[in-house]
Design a protein. Structure first.
Length: 121
């Protein structure tokens, strides 16, 4: 009878260990990086239609700027990247934090209102 108790204990501990192993695997998948995230910013006088870009650290950020009205460009502070009208740029979000993006062409009276935020988590 004591033998059964030992067998049961062994089985239980094996199950426990394998369950733990699976949980760890899942966690590392969730924090996996390196995804490509695509965004299109549509610029008009004087607004970006996309005011927030949210990605995870390690993601590749692909940004296209469409100038629907006027002449604008988007500059990402802190990353020193700029995308001009009807162009696409790509960069890796390798720093966490909140970074402002602004219009980098003086386009008129509402120029200062043309801002957005890049959030890297
Ligand atoms: Cu501007």
């Amino acid at each position: 009878m004591k033998k059964w108790l030992i067998v049961l204990t062994v089985i239980t501990s094996i199950l426990f260990v394998s369950a733990c192993g699976k949980a760890e695997e899942g966690a590392s998948e969730a924090s996996g990086s390196g995804e490509v995230k695509e965004f299109t910013i549509d610029a008009t006088n004087f607004e970006f239609d996309l005011k927030e870009i949210k990605v995870n650290k390690g993601d590749t950020v692909k940004v296209t700027l469409k100038n629907s009205e006027g002449m604008h460009a988007v500059k990402f502070d802190g990353y020193n990247k700029e995308v001009k009208g009807d162009e696409t740029i790509e960069f890796v979000a390798n720093k966490t934090g909140e970074f402002e993006y602004i219009c980098s062409i003086f386009c008129g009276a509402g120029h200062d209102d043309m801002v957005g935020k890049l959030i890297v988590e």
